[in-house]
Design a binder for this molecule. Structure first.
Ligand code: F0G
Length: 395
């Protein structure tokens, strides 16, 4: 239903069209989702619910590349979206669709980011929104953000998987379910692959590394790359590496051992990806296999250290996002990714999404931590600044 008619637009025409739109002042042209609207489901272009999402930067990853053992790498920072996560790319399409079809209410289960994103777009669409979140073990900041946008938050006595199972029992004809089981979410999120390629002048990276939880994003990236190839926007497919947290890695196990998805009781401090029964595993598996990709798991400690390294590049991200760098490091170490490969690390959420985690890391004296010095002594403060400046001058 969402495919372009063959021959209706070609890659060269699409490249010119989106280049022109990037210098337009219209919101839907500057949105990194809607400037690709010819490649999206047919919706009334005059009634789009947009916050100018997905116009996200690609940054060089100097420290991150060195840390992973790579000659070079880049961060695609999806945390630089209006609500601070990659969810906005899908939510703009899902809520546009919900509003245009007269939905009464938008509902989702979430580890926090989907909740905040849905709440914002539902507010823009004038729709009431209800989120089901695990009552413990998610970032308070995400819950506060969701409440700020006016949504009703229902705390579920259980984990994300229980919350999603509850939502999936609802009648989709009565409520708009905007988890990534909603195909309009995936249609929006696939444009992130286009935005990545667009910023590289349509040069295809060797690897695209991203965190995996419920696996909607993996299936969206795979679809985006495939459609870009089919249109002639690119001439080959990048390989995809999905990285899970070791305590929430049913997809990594399945990829290594085959068979069906065996759900696990998820446990990880990267709470955004604390998911034991990923809904989109079948689609994600097809996409990873189609590009000769891979799936691995990394420890919470590796995620914590990688997150700190990303911070020191002047970038920062939330814990789950840093699975990308931790995973790239592991894949370089085991020879899967060549040290001179052209690698894009996808960062899915903003550094301020989980400040409690960051504060605990720095208080805990971990490897890359900064400590706060508390003193009221002005002479000492001056002396400390002078010491740092002197060290810098001598460096
Ligand atoms: N990174 C972040 C920051 C996330 O919030 C999520 C998922 C993922 C990665 C994993 O993406 O599920 O498409 O494989 N967060 C969902 C939520 C579950 O409710 O916010 P995925």
């Amino acid at each position: 239903m969402f495919q372009l008619e063959p021959g209706s637009i070609d890659g060269a025409a699409m490249r010119m069209l989106v280049a022109a739109r990037r210098s337009s002042n219209e919101h839907r042209d500057r949105s990194g989702v809607w400037r690709f609207r010819e490649l999206l489901p047919a919706l009334d272009p005059e009634r789009i619910v947009t916050l100018r999402e997905n116009d996200v930067p690609l940054y060089t990853a100097r420290g991150g590349a060195a840390y992973a053992g790579l000659a070079g790498a880049a961060y695609l920072h999806l945390g630089m979206n209006p609500t601070g996560s990659f969810k906005d790319a899908g939510m703009t399409v899902a809520l546009t669709r919900a509003a245009q079809t007269g939905a009464r209410i938008a509902v989702c289960a979430s580890t926090g980011n989907t909740a905040a994103s849905m709440a914002a777009y539902a507010a823009r669409a004038g729709l009431p929104a209800v989120v089901l979140v695990p009552s413990t073990g998610i970032s308070e900041s995400k819950v506060a953000q969701t409440l700020d946008y006016g949504a009703t938050v229902l705390g579920v006595d259980g984990d994300f998987d229980a919350a999603l199972a509850t939502v999936r029992e609802l009648d989709p004809h009565r409520v708009a379910i905007v988890n990534s089981v909603n195909p309009y979410r995936i249609e929006g999120q696939k444009t992130t692959a286009f935005v990545l390629l667009e910023q590289r002048g349509w040069r295809v990276p060797d690897w695209c590394v991203l965190p995996g939880g419920n696996l909607g994003n993996t299936s969206a990236f795979g679809k985006g790359f495939r459609e870009a190839l089919a249109l002639g926007l690119i001439d080959r497919l990048p390989r995809i590496a999905v990285v899970q947290a070791a305590g929430a890695a049913p997809f990594a196990r399945l990829f290594a051992q085959g068979g069906d998805m065996i759900p696990v009781k998820a446990q990880t401090t990267a709470t955004a990806i604390k998911i034991g029964a990923p809904a989109s595993w079948r689609k994600a598996l097809r996409e990873v296999r189609a590009v000769n990709g891979t799936v691995i798991a990394v420890t919470d400690e590796a995620i914590a250290d990688a997150r700190a390294v990303i911070g020191r590049d002047g970038i920062g991200c939330e814990p789950a996002s840093a699975a990308s760098l931790a995973g790239a490091k592991a894949l370089v170490a085991d020879g899967t990714i060549a040290p001179d490969a052209d690698v894009v690390l996808v960062l899915t959420g903003h550094v301020l999404k989980d400040p409690t985690y960051a504060a605990a890391y720095h208080a805990g004296g971990e490897r890359f931590a900064n400590a706060i010095v508390h003193t009221r002594d002005r002479a000492e403060l001056h002396a400390r600044i002078e010491t740092l400046a002197t060290a810098r001058a001598g460096a």
